[in-house]
Design a protein around this ligand. Structure first.
Ligand SMILES: [Zn+2]
Length: 321
């Protein structure tokens, strides 16, 4: 059996897992990232987390083929450098060199959304798919494209930013500086904004009995809609309409075998998924053929980041690190 380490480096937690060649996690460990603090301190904690996970699996560094790390922000995977990670407050940090100096094994680096997409293809919702797009509906809208087991990175490793494709020209402002991006409407943040706007315009809505404006989250519109509230149902319908528009754009551009949805909003499950499929398929160019893109929910949760990072190392092992 071949083994690799997968590390999910986030702004809140460092998670590491020992993963075998079938995509199974044997053991894991985690620590708080505790930022901001010097990169070298975070790096030392990554090493500690890896060694602890290895010990729990009953293995040592000699048993593994390499370490893969998924990191937020802009990555230069060829040089193994974190170019700019806003939420880690890192710039031009040679993370792979730093980890290799302590671990003495090959280390590979990838963007966290891309690496998580690789995990879903290797062992999750898109298992075995020849092509897949994984969309994360969280505070923002992240995406990763995997084709034939490889991440589509783009010329400067900034591809797959579907969250920042425009679906409403001159629409709502987006964090990226453009207006009308998919992220501005289909992130949890966008859903919260639309819910608040609907509440302000509809003082009779049941939503007011469930929360005040400050307490609105990405779930409340779905909850009130299930109770029959007309205003909330309109918000949910609009939300699904925007998301369907974005998914149809992805299918028209790439036609992947699978699109999988993850993140907080995707936890709504069937009340989101069933109407979303119907509306997306209505918009796809040329209609549905015999072979059409499946729309699914991610199944690995946070483990996608660990498993995908290990896959990155496993698929790269043997190549020049
Ligand atoms: Zn944007």
């Amino acid at each position: 059996m071949r083994y690799c380490i997968g590390v999910d480096l986030g702004g809140t937690n460092i998670k590491a897992g020992v993963v075998d060649e079938t995509g199974r996690i044997l053991a894991e460990d985690s620590r708080k990232t505790k930022i901001p603090r010097p990169e070298s301190e975070v790096c030392a904690d990554i090493v500690e987390t890896i060694l602890c996970a290895l010990s729990r699996a009953g293995l040592t560094l000699d048993d593994i083929e390499g370490v893969g790390v998924g990191c937020p922000g802009r990555i230069d995977s060829g040089r193994g450098v974190v170019v700019h990670a806003y939420n880690l407050v890192w710039r031009e940090y040679p993370l792979c060199d730093a980890l290799r100096a302590s671990l003495h094994c090959p280390v590979y680096l990838g963007n966290d959304a891309n690496v998580a997409a690789l995990g879903e293809v290797w062992a999750g919702s898109a298992l075995g798919a020849s092509s897949a797009v994984i969309i994360t509906l969280g505070t923002g809208v992240g995406a990763g494209i995997v084709i034939d087991s490889h991440i589509l990175m783009g010329y400067n490793e900034a591809a797959s930013e579907f969250g920042h494709t425009v679906i409403v020209h001159d629409g709502a402002p987006c964090t990226c500086g453009r207006r009308g991006c998919l992220e501005a409407y289909t992130s949890a943040t966008g859903l919260v904004r639309m819910t608040r706007e609907a509440m302000e315009q509809n003082p009779e809505s049941l939503l007011w009995k469930l929360t005040d404006l400050a307490g609105v989250d990405g779930r409340i519109a779905f909850i009130a809609s299930r109770k029959g509230d007309r205003t909330a149902t309109e918000v949910v319908d609009r939300y699904i309409g925007y998301l369907a528009c974005g998914l149809a754009n992805i299918i028209n551009a790439i036609q992947p075998e699978v699109i999988s949805l993850g993140g907080g909003v995707a936890k709504e499950g069937d009340p989101l998924l069933i109407p979303l499929r119907e509306r997306t398929y209505q918009e796809v160019f040329g209609g549905l053929g015999e072979k059409y893109t499946r729309i699914e929910l991610c199944t690995l949760g946070y483990k996608a980041g660990i498993i995908g990072a290990a896959m990155l190392a496993l698929s790269s092992a043997g190549q020049k690190p």
